[in-house]
Ligand binder design. Structure first.
Ligand SMILES: [Zn+2]
Ligand SMILES: [Zn+2]
Length: 135
């Protein structure tokens, strides 16, 4: 199972990336990373060490994975009454994270879709939108 995403930024960045892998591709679990070598958002197979950028073969990668604490905070705040959320949490407009469970590593990898740091212009204006689901 996987999710195909489109990463876009007002600076012109537009890259397709994915989370997860196909049923046919055992040993592959893709996750979006920023590559500062070629300044692209790329899908990196996190099950293959060392991590390598599929575009430039470099290793200057940083993951867009959300911290476990932030995912927990999101779930906690979403369970509260809306009026309470509005009062105490400015991040209430945050969209639910895209998540996939990696059976090989036995953990869930999540990322938030909006306001990520752009690898090209370095502003927090990179958004991920859903393109399709695959399995
Ligand atoms: Zn690269
Ligand atoms: Zn940008």
């Amino acid at each position: 199972m996987g999710t195909q995403l489109l990463a876009t930024c007002p600076c012109g960045v537009s890259h397709e990336v994915s989370i997860g892998g196909t049923r046919a591709s055992r040993g592959v679990f893709d996750f979006p990373h920023a590559c500062s070598g070629c300044r692209k958002v790329v899908s990196v197979n996190i099950l293959s060490e060392p991590l390598t950028c599929p575009s430039c073969r470099g290793s200057a990668l940083s993951s867009y994975q959300a911290s476990a604490a932030r995912v927990w905070m999101y779930k906690f705040m979403s369970s509260l009454p809306y009026s309470f959320q509005r009062k105490f949490w400015r991040g209430v407009s945050e969209s639910p994270p895209f998540s996939h469970y990696c059976s090989k590593n036995q953990r869930t990898y999540s990322m938030f879709p909006l306001r990520q740091r752009c690898v090209n212009c370095s502003k927090n204006t990179l958004d991920f939108s859903l393109l399709s689901l695959f399995d």
